[in-house]
Write a protein that binds this ligand. Structure first.
Ligand SMILES: [Zn+2]
Length: 291
């Protein structure tokens, strides 16, 4: 059990945001502060390949956020087997020391972002499966949860999880069926819900947001991607020279409000439940004592 020291309860958690993305270069500090003003007290920053392992670690320490290390399926194209050794070294180092001064726990909480992507046909599937399974082994060896990318590959990811028994984690931007959701939940997973469901036509996601059990939901923005509908720039505007806006963690409370409305519960309750779900899945507890 890791104890997070905090004088006040954690309000919103953005369980998936790539704060190291190019889109945030230049104003990352202001952007993170804006999110905090909106009540986003904690972010989980996943890495995508060895080149940003150190960057996400540094950002997490700068902002008192959390991070995950792993090789994203879309980045397996350029990954080599030796990167797995590097991942193990970095994880060992992160867990051995370098604790944040105000936290009694390492800020490294998971292996991620790892998974499978069946939507990008140009990717070598066998290569994706290799890196996914090898990283599940890493998670088992380090006794860490995982942050999963699951796109057009839900059953294949579930198959991997049945083969290598990791201790749960988050299936980010979940878009499977309720039945598939139940299989993830049975294996100790929470399901990430975000801006994609703000689109009126996202009927499946909106129904999922209503039907998923309260104890399975965590919130995410997936910044800078998956802009919520109110930030979406349509084709007509793009033709007139408007570029697609980026997404950022400060949007999380508004996305949460949409989910709360769909579920017919007060925002405050959704906030507390989803934050507790997040802390539970990473075995973290809030303590009031500062180390
Ligand atoms: Zn991601």
């Amino acid at each position: 059990m890791g104890f997070l020291s905090s004088h006040s309860p954690i309000r919103f958690v953005d369980s998936h945001c790539h704060l190291d993305a190019d889109e945030f270069q230049g104003d990352v500090n202001a952007m993170r502060e804006r999110a905090r003003q909106q009540g986003v007290d904690l972010c989980l920053i996943p890495s995508v390949d060895k080149n940003n392992f150190q960057v996400v670690c540094d950002l997490a320490h700068r902002f008192h956020d959390l991070y995950a290390l792993g090789i994203h399926p879309l980045y397996t194209k350029d990954a080599v087997a030796e990167d797995l050794g590097l991942l193990r070294e970095q994880l060992a180092r992160a867990l051995a020391g370098a604790h944040d001064l105000t936290w009694q726990a390492p800020l490294l909480v998971a292996v991620g972002e790892i998974g499978l992507d069946g939507a990008v046909k140009s990717l070598d599937w066998q290569r994706q499966v290799y890196f996914f399974e090898e990283q599940l082994k890493v998670a088992v060896d380090f006794d860490l949860p995982v942050v999963l990318h699951v796109r057009s590959a839900v059953d294949f990811v579930l198959k991997g999880l049945r083969k290598f028994k990791v201790k749960g984690g988050i299936a980010h931007a979940f878009n499977g069926s309720l039945q598939q959701a139940e299989q993830f939940i049975a294996m100790g997973f929470k399901l990430g819900m975000g801006g994609a469901l703000t689109y009126p036509r996202a009927l499946h996601l909106r129904r999922l947001a209503q039907e998923l059990p309260a104890e399975s939901i965590v919130l995410e923005t997936d910044s800078p991607d998956i802009v919520p509908v109110w930030r979406y720039v349509n084709a007509e505007l793009r033709d007139r020279g408007h570029s697609q806006g980026r997404n950022e963690p400060a949007e999380l409370p508004r996305i949460a409000q949409e989910i709360a409305d769909l579920r017919g519960v007060p925002l405050q309750r959704l906030m507390q439940e989803s934050t507790n779900n997040f802390l539970n899945v990473f075995n973290l507890e809030i303590s009031n004592s500062i180390v």
